[in-house]
Design a protein around this ligand. Structure first.
Ligand SMILES: CCCCCCCC/C=C\CCCCCCCC(N)=O
Length: 587
């Protein structure tokens, strides 16, 4: 009797506990669902408001200038436009309104703009009243910036709904510097969610399209800059690069993009997903239709004001001597890193660039990237040293961009089952791929402890030293490298999920902290596609198949080449890029 009363009580307690747990679980699920629903409403409103504002602006500006006047402005490159503005041929306001009109028509096609920077009008008017425009090296030049750049009284969401209306109290350092040089920041551009993929969009602002083929991706994460500049809606823009986000969209959109050495340009006031990364450091950099504009931008912004506003930036002004040196350079070239085999169009572009640079007097020598798999292990282990904690945290309650889902799923995979998981991935993959299994195991790895991270950093220093030891050669040391910016060219968005397979050519130079830039060199031809039919890649696995499938319908799309120099030799990198552009011509 006593036992049965006890067991009855026990049952009641158990049932109550079960009930409470279920109720608690339900409350959590419901409250998360409610939070997500509220965020979605906010996001929709935010997007609708912005579209309305752009439409109203377009209507206001519709009759301000004739088509001929606008065509004259839009037909000038940045150097010509600044000079025309300085001479008083066009007012900064007229230039701004012409570019606003063009940029809004671009975004109607490609969804490249997230916000119009309204204060630009007052800034352009103020510049118009200036009596000595020649003191401003970027006088009247409209400049677009990636959404994550902080601008006073605007939000910078990195594609997170929870960040809507979280307004910045001040401009970021780069925007302050641009304004001091006479430039007019005029629109913010779209980006991939949390900038952690090479795709084009996010659930808040939607996807961006490639201006050369609307159903294809412009690449990311600086997707909006790629599409806007590639579509003619901006002459100069600024992106960010943590693994390739400036160079990859430049390659896919047929424009030029430059990632400087880290700590030459200030990141202060920018928003990013993982602010504490040291060895996988984000860099900001310019994107433009030609290398001349990249040079104009770098030459102007490496100025005392930036060094004053951000004391952690190395106070190195633009090195005119290094940029202007005319001695022939020894340049290593490679068409393949041995990890992700580039499609034929990309390999052909590198060989074309080699010939062009030889014709310009440089000495080109074959080069082999040392142990790219080691660089990959280091990059991934450092990038996700926290076991993906920070990424998961900022994506809580958010809609996750479909392209990011596979990565995030792996970060959520139970760490204790990591080894079993990678075994299953290897087994399940119909092309049986050790590299895909390894990618999985690197991503599901648990949080690394401090001594492991220190070890990884020490090993990264060793890799860096080993890498540059290959530049010391008996016939003469290398000054620069050229190679692919990616194994792929533009294709449908769904093919751009396997970040590792796309990123190896650009991420390497983030790990090495090298200045690197992309220059358009050619367009995909039918012969490239015929050759692509026999493409099997190095592994014949799902990533190789995806690379092939993505690029099958790419005739006519741009193909770039990447130029790289040693850290702190940014001006030399720009010189190689300019020599390449001069010999290839503008596409
Ligand atoms: C060094 C050779 C291979 C590296 C491959 C690394 C693959 C890493 C995979 C996922 C990392 C995602 C985040 C990287 C940043 C994405 C693009 C960017 N913001 O520049």
């Amino acid at each position: 009797m006593l036992i049965s009363t006890e067991s009855k009580n026990c049952n009641i307690i158990l049932l109550t506990l079960c009930g409470l747990t279920t109720a608690y679980g339900t409350v959590i699920v419901l409250s998360n669902w409610r939070k997500n629903r509220q965020l979605r409403k906010k996001a929709l409103k935010r997007r609708e408001n912005e579209q309305l504002c752009m439409q109203q602006l377009l209507e206001q500006l519709a009759n301000n200038y004739t088509k001929e006047e606008q065509a004259e402005i839009l037909g000038l490159n940045a150097v010509e436009l600044v000079s025309a503005a300085q001479q008083g041929k066009f007012s900064p306001l007229k230039i701004l309104e012409t570019y606003w009109t063009k940029a809004i028509s671009c975004t109607k096609a490609t969804n490249c703009i997230t916000s119009v920077i309204k204060v630009a009008k007052a800034e352009a008017q103020e510049l118009g009243a200036c009596t000595d425009p020649s003191q401003f090296p970027l006088f009247g030049l409209p400049v677009s910036v990636k959404e994550c750049y902080g601008i006073k009284d605007m939000d910078a969401t990195i594609g997170l709904m929870s960040e809507i209306n979280n307004l910045d109290l001040d401009d970021c350092v780069l925007v302050k510097v641009l304004k001091s040089l006479g430039a007019v920041p005029f629109v913010k551009t779209n980006l991939s969610q949390i900038t952690f993929s090479l795709a084009s969009g996010n659930p808040l602002f939607g996807d961006t399209s490639n201006p050369h083929r609307l159903e294809f991706t412009p690449g990311g994460s600086s997707s909006g800059e790629g599409a806007l500049i590639g579509g003619g809606g901006s002459l100069l823009g600024f992106g960010t690069d943590t693994g390739g986000s400036i160079r990859f969209p430049s390659h896919l959109c047929g424009i030029c993009g430059f990632k400087p050495t880290c700590n030459r340009l200030s990141l202060a006031g920018l928003h990013g997903p993982i602010p504490g990364h040291v060895n996988i450091a984000t860099t900001i950099g310019p994107m433009a239709r030609d290398v001349d504009t990249l040079v104009l931008a770098m030459r102007s912004i490496l100025c005392p004001l930036m060094f004053e506003l951000d004391p952690y930036i190395v106070p190195m002004p633009f090195d005119e001597k290094l940029f202007g040196c005319t001695k022939p350079l020894r340049i290593g070239y490679y068409v393949d890193d041995g990890f992700n085999k580039p499609v034929p169009a990309v390999q052909r572009a590198v060989m074309m660039a080699k010939k062009h640079l030889e014709t310009s007097g440089h000495i080109l020598v074959p080069y082999k990237i040392p142990n790219v798999e080691r660089a990959w292990e280091l990059f991934m282990s450092l990038c996700f040293a926290d076991g993906g904690k920070r990424c998961k945290e900022i994506l809580k309650n958010e809609d996750i961009d479909p392209v990011l889902v596979p990565l995030i799923q792996k970060l959520y995979f139970p760490k204790c089952l990591g080894k079993l998981g990678s075994f299953l991935v290897n087994l399940r993959n119909c092309w049986k791929s050790p590299r895909i299994a390894k990618d999985f195991s690197l991503l599901v790895e648990k949080e690394r402890n401090i001594s492991t991270v220190w070890n990884l950093e020490a090993q990264t220093f060793e890799y860096k030293a080993k890498f540059f030891s290959t530049w010391v050669q008996p016939e003469g040391n290398l000054d620069a490298l050229i190679g692919p910016p990616s194994a792929m060219v533009a294709g449908p968005q769904k093919h751009f999920e396997d970040t590792t397979a796309i990123l190896s050519y650009t991420a390497l130079y983030v790990l090495l902290n090298c200045p690197a830039g992309c220059v358009p060199v050619t367009k995909v031809t039918q012969d490239d596609i015929d050759a692509l039919k026999n493409y099997e890649g190095h592994f014949g696995d799902a990533w190789d198949k995806n690379t092939k499938d993505a690029c099958m319908d790419s005739v006519g799309l741009p193909v770039g080449v990447q130029c790289i120099t040693k850290p702190w030799k940014d001006e030399l990198c720009l010189r190689v890029m300019l020599d390449l552009q001069k010999s290839v011509g503008l596409l």
